[in-house]
Design a protein around this ligand. Structure first.
Ligand code: FES
Ligand SMILES: [Fe+2]
Length: 462
């Protein structure tokens, strides 16, 4: 029997009424409910690891960026020690925001209200007129710093959590790390962010965007059909709906709710490669179809940083799109160049909650640090053309998400349930080397349902 969850809303609705684990349905009400939203802030966004940016944004001591961990504003700064620190951007004196900028370099962050000052690592320096002790006599100065989050760098990506005693970052990633490493930890000098992220507000709940990032491959066939008809997913306008090559692969997920869609390179991206791959070595395959963002010269670096099995997967059935629970989308995709090749597009999004009805869509665009300048320019162009709400792919999503929200407000419509009943059931393909929950074949609802199960777990935890 399923256990009764420990979350009950004021009207008596339980978590089990909203996320129905017996029937694989979710009430549309979850997208608008204000009370549920405030529980999500406490139980999810104050508990899990959240992506804030990339260390290439703050290379020097004193460099800082200001970001949001859901509704909590934080300063992400490089300290004198060279480490990255994440501190709550709320003055412990009377609650003013300490840093009012978006990015820059400062050795001291001074609050404009009464002048309390803090180091980039959040430590309290003092209040003006030191001899008057304007911080009082009761509290030790050492404890008057900004509240500090626990920080972790992964492939240069900056993650932070308020849950200082909770799971480590590796525990949070779980079995998906093997696959994520193939995207974020594959080269000697790693990734570089191409300029500050694009940021815009979309009028939808964070979960509308978040659950799609749980590897909803199916919507690509219909909503993003221009992508299919344009021939960049291995088919043509004539063949795409009966053959749908971009729909087949191995979807991977794990109990933590993260997922990735791995697509067979020679079937899905044959317009970029001299296929078939049969009889060709891993290195030959990599040379025929270099992974998005990688040059032929960088191929030896893959072997320096990944296991032979990981490189083989990257050459044969690479992870392409997916997400990290709760609010990250990953799109490390092949993207055509006008000369017929593919330099790829590497984009990450965070969907930062801004109340139950709005999300800030933050679009990070990357290239490998070692890539040639021309390739970086191509990749920036590809990513802007394809991603973000003005991109050819994601403007489709920005059309749909707000309409779902309008429906969720209707007295009758809000009782509709979201259905996750097209399930494959996990199954290990022969010879598959990585771990996790594996779903080979046509992309179905499994990984998205796992996303909701991860949501359920966190929301039901006391
Ligand atoms: S609120 Fe910051 S110094 Fe008073
Ligand atoms: Fe989409």
């Amino acid at each position: 029997m399923l256990q009764h969850a420990g979350l009950v809303l004021n009207d008596g609705t339980t978590l089990d009424d909203l996320v129905m684990r017996n029937s694989n349905e979710v009430s549309l009400r979850v997208m608008t409910d204000k009370e549920l939203y405030s529980h999500e802030m406490e139980r999810i966004f104050a508990k899990t690891w959240l992506l804030l940016g990339h260390e290439s944004e703050i290379p020097k001591a004193g460099d800082f960026i200001v970001r949001d961990m859901a509704e909590d504003n934080v300063i992400v700064a490089r300290g004198r020690d060279g480490d990255v620190h994440v501190s709550l951007n709320v003055c412990p004196h009377r609650g003013m925001r300490v840093c009012l900028g978006e990015a820059g370099n400062k050795t001291i962050h001074q609050c404009i209200y009464h002048g309390w000052a803090f180091r980039p690592n959040g430590d309290f320096i003092g209040a003006p007129i030191e001899k008057e002790k304007m911080h009082g006599n009761d509290i030790d100065k050492a404890t008057l710093g900004l509240k500090k989050a626990r920080t972790h760098l992964y492939g240069g990506l900056i993650f932070a959590t308020w849950n200082v005693d909770g799971p480590s970052f590796d525990e949070y990633l779980g079995d998906i790390k093997y696959y994520m490493d193939q995207l974020f930890c594959r080269t000697d000098n790693g990734l570089e962010l191409l300029g500050p992220p694009q940021r815009f507000i979309v009028p939808c709940n964070w979960k509308v965007a978040g659950e799609q990032s749980g590897s909803d491959g199916f919507h690509t066939l219909t909503l993003h059909r221009s992508l299919m008809e344009g021939g960049v997913m291995g088919g043509t306008a004539e063949t795409i709906y009966d053959q749908a090559p971009g729909m087949y692969g191995v979807d991977v997920s794990c109990a933590q709710g993260h997922s990735l869609r791995c697509l067979e390179a020679e079937k899905t991206f044959k317009m970029f490669a001299d296929v078939p791959f049969e009889g060709k070595s891993v290195v030959e395959r990599l040379n025929l179809l270099t992974p998005p963002g990688i040059t032929k010269e960088m191929i030896p670096q893959l072997f320096n940083n990944l296991s032979a099995d990981q490189v083989e997967q990257l050459a044969t059935i690479p992870p392409q799109v997916g997400g990290m629970f709760p609010n990250v989308l990953i799109a490390f995709i092949f993207a055509p160049r006008t000369d017929g090749g593919s330099s790829g597009a590497l984009a990450l999004h965070t969907y930062v909650p801004k109340g139950p009805d709005h999300v800030e869509f933050v679009n990070f665009i990357f290239a490998e640090k070692d890539a040639p300048e021309q390739m970086k320019r191509d990749m920036l162009q590809n990513s802007i053309q394809a991603t973000g709400t003005s991109g050819t792919i994601e403007q489709d999503d920005a059309d749909v998400w707000p309409v779902i929200m309008r429906n969720a407000r209707g007295a009758v419509s809000k009782h509709i349930t979201l259905k996750y009943q097209a399930l494959h059931g996990h199954e290990r393909p022969e010879g598959w080397k990585g771990g996790g929950l594996l779903y080979p074949g046509f992309t179905k609802d499994d990984t998205q349902w796992n996303w909701w199960l991860a949501y359920y777990d966190l929301m039901s935890a006391a």
